[in-house]
Structure formats: structure tokens, C-alpha cells
Design a protein around this ligand. Sequence first.
Ligand code: SF4
Length: 239
Amino acid sequence: MPQLASEELRGQKRPGLTRRKRETRQEKIARANAIARHLAQAYPGAECPLTHKNTFELLVAVILSAQCTDAAVNKVTPELFRRFPTPDALRQAAITDIETLIRTLGLFRAKAKSLRRCAQQLVDECNGEVPATMVELTHLAGVGRKTANVILGHAFNKPGIAVDTHCKRLSRRLGLTRQQDPAKIEHDLARLLAPEEWTGFSHRLILHGRAVCHARKPACQTCAFRELCPSREEILDYD
Ligand code: SF4
């Protein structure tokens, strides 16, 4: 009688699991800030790993980095920047020339179109300069909130939380958000940390996701703040 058996199990503790006390808001804020301190110790530099010499180059590199490694982007950008060093040069490029230069990257055709359209918008609407606000940045082709936050944080020293796949996964595993939508995750993290922490925290979460808290098999035993993580050892893949 399987139904009876499951009814009998109802209300019993499952072996190995204990019910945790619900964390208060203040406790969560304290835990988030403790995690931020551990991250800052583990990854003291918060420089952007994408090679660039100016804000325009950073914008191009971040657009190219969608679903690609930074190393792959850094291989193609020197020649791309040499050939098309300004928005004005890039908007006049033949689309096939851009595609050829970035063809080792995923989605290279769509990215080539976005780059040229974005360069045209910079010339037409922004006097050839990369704008410094979220509204203006997200109006550009190929630029979503994640890219805009990277630009705001690294080029303009304005606080920004860049939520990519790593930041999303770790924020959820760490119990700092229950959201799936990147904009809502950004909102939740922003309420836990002071603005001066935002750029460094999201950047370091991404580094930690790549180095330790992998999507399929997180290396919890080497994680510097496993004591602060509700997902340690009972690993759940939320992606
Ligand atoms: S303890 Fe494990 S699941 Fe939690 S952040 Fe560290 S590596 Fe990720």
C-alpha cells in the first residue's frame, strides 16, 4: 500500500536533513557582507579581464563576451581595435570584415551586426562617446543590463551589479535571492550590499563561479566561505 507508506512518512524528518531557522533580514545582510569580505580576500583585484585601452574598446569587448570566454575575446580584439579604433570607423566597416575578425567567437554574425549598429548609434546619438547612464547604455544595440553594469562599474566608477550565469547561480546557491530574472537578482543583491560593494561583489562572484562553484560540480571543500553557504554539500543545480 504505497499511499499509506507515504502518509506514514509525512511529518517525519528525512534522514540527514534538519530544519533551519528562517534567516532574518539583518542576518542575511550580515552574511552577504561577510561573503563579500571573503571574496575580496580570495580575489583582491577586481579589474576587468577584457583587454581594452578606452571605454569604447571596453564596450566592444563586453558585447563580444556574451557566451564566450574572456580569453577568446582577448584574442580577437587587438586586430579588431587596430582596424576599427573608433565608433566612426566601426560604423563604416563592411559587415563581412567584422565577421571575419570575430568568427572564432560564438554568435559572431549577430555580434557583428550589433557592433556596427551600436557604433552607428554612438555616432548619431551620443557624439561618438560611450554614454554613462543605464538608460542610454541599454538603448544601444547588443547592450543589456549586464553589459551596461560592467561599463558603468569599470569605465565610470558607478556602482553596478552585473548578473551573468555565474552571478545568478551563486547568488541563488548562497541564498541571497530566490529570483530567476537577472534584473530581480540585481535588485535583491543591491538591497543587501552597499553601492560601493556592487561592482566588486558581482565581478568576484563570477570569478568564484568559474574557479570553484562550478555549475555541475561545485568544489565546496575548497570554498573559502562554505560555512556561510546554505547549499554546501547538498548541491543543487538551479540552472
Ligand atoms: S559552498 Fe559550494 S555551493 Fe556554496 S558557494 Fe561555495 S562552492 Fe558554491
